[in-house]
Design a protein around this ligand. Structure first.
Ligand code: NIG
Ligand code: FE
Length: 406
């Protein structure tokens, strides 16, 4: 099946084969063709060109882009979208002045979601989660990492991982799964006892999960707990992705780097030592401006990381407690408005680099021959700057995942 997109005003986000992430000055580059065409064959990008090359004439179907922009679909490398219900009561507590930590200390927060999840059937959990996946796809996301971490006991963590696995098999989006047993201490456990339990869950979790994560932060898990859990993860073949430095300078970045983390995420509170620790590593610093926005905490120092020669990724952190939105266009806009990233930098952070941060930048995240045809077709007249600037005006004309319209 050959599908040809013609009359593309701008084909943005072209990346050479084999370039898996952008770092330092590369963050400023977005390669594009004007007046372009794009050929998709069996769901993959087969070829593309501008007016200097003849438009192929052997397509089975032709899509007229009417001068709109074609860009890679967003990749969201950090979400918690498998959860039950929501926490609207805590939203009122927050408005009335309680902090994220105070809500958690009163038995709300992650433990509240864990109680709700325990009472919800696997089938219903899948249904609610797929609704969120559908919402994210409609907003232009084509790849999603999803974490466990609201189970907090062996049975419920496995329930979550099975739901993520079912989403992986049934959604047109590319899904990666992360075991975040160490999200909070489960009810009925001592802190030590729970860290032991998470290590014991690892072999079972590894049957479904692609990665292991730990909430290494003040009031949650220490650097020592994290090292133990990452050792157990490594023994089960799981590479880390770490929650670090959201609530305090936690040491989470350094322990993540020590264990070869694919990404270290949050980073709202970092010193120059964290930036230094990341230089020359394969770990992607990932910032979650939706949580900074919702919690009213600092934004990550994205520009300092780029000035130090590093790449950064941006992700939504979609979850019921600190970032109740999976809108990656809004994430991109926050990157520009609040973190002072140029639209080009924010775009690279929500596409190729976010794909890298979930281990899939060889198959999605850019316009590259052989990659999945996960693309956004915009209305005419849109460009990357306007997407961030006019941050809530509808810009998407259609979304294609694996070359199929959604
Ligand atoms: O990434 N920081 C820890 N975990 C989530 C919040 C989860 C929740 O509150 O339900 C986060 O912000
Ligand atoms: Fe998170």
């Amino acid at each position: 099946m050959r599908k040809l997109f013609v009359n593309i005003g701008t084909l943005a986000g072209i990346v050479p084969e084999g370039l898996l992430r952008k770092e330092g000055p590369q963050m400023d580059e977005v390669d594009a063709f004007e007046n372009a065409w794009l050929l998709v064959e069996d769901g993959l990008i087969a070829d593309f060109g501008d007016a200097s090359r003849p438009v192929p004439d052997n397509a089975d179907e032709v899509v007229d882009a009417r001068g709109g922009m074609v860009m890679p679909a967003f990749c969201d490398s950090h979400t918690h979208i498998v959860y039950a219900g929501c926490r609207d009561g805590e939203f009122l507590d927050k408005i009335n002045g309680l902090s994220y930590e105070e809500i958690a200390a009163r038995g709300g927060g992650i433990l509240n979601s864990s109680d709700l999840l325990h009472r919800t059937s696997e089938k219903e959990l899948y249904r609610q989660s797929m609704e969120r996946v559908g919402e994210m796809i409609a907003k232009g996301t084509g790849a999603i990492e999803i974490k466990s971490g609201y189970g907090l006991n062996p049975e419920d963590e496995m329930k979550m991982l099975r739901v993520i696995d079912r989403i992986k098999r049934t959604s047109p989006a590319l899904i990666r799964s992360t075991f975040l047993g160490a999200h909070a201490v489960g009810r009925g456990y001592t802190h030590e006892g729970y860290v032991d339990a998470v290590c014991r869950m690892m072999p079972d979790a590894a049957r479904y999960a692609d990665f292991v994560d730990v909430f290494c932060d003040e009031g949650f898990f220490t650097v020592e707990d994290t090292a133990r859990i990452l050792e157990a993860g490594a023994a089960a073949g799981l590479r880390p992705k770490i929650h670090a430095n959201e609530l305090a300078v936690s040491g989470g970045v350094q322990v993540g780097v020590r264990y070869g983390a694919l990404s270290v995420d949050h980073l709202e509170r970092t010193t120059d030592a964290e930036i230094e620790a990341l230089r020359g590593t394969s770990t992607m610093p990932t910032m979650l401006p939706g949580s900074s926005f919702f919690l009213g905490i600092p934004y990550g120092r994205a520009k300092d990381y780029i000035a130090a020669g590093l790449g950064i990724a941006l992700a939504s952190d979609y979850n019921p407690g600190s970032s109740p939105s999976g809108d990656m266009r809004f994430v991109m806009a926050l990157g520009c408005i609040r973190m002072r990233l140029t639209p080009a930098r924010a775009f690279n952070a929500v596409t190729l680099n976010s794909a890298y941060a979930m281990g899939v930048s060889d198959v999605v995240g850019s316009i590259t021959r052989g990659k999945r045809a996960n693309i956004i077709l915009t209305h005419p007249g849109w460009n990357l700057t306007k997407i961030a600037y006019l941050h809530h005006s509808p810009f998407i004309s259609s979304i294609y995942l694996n070359g199929e319209i959604q």
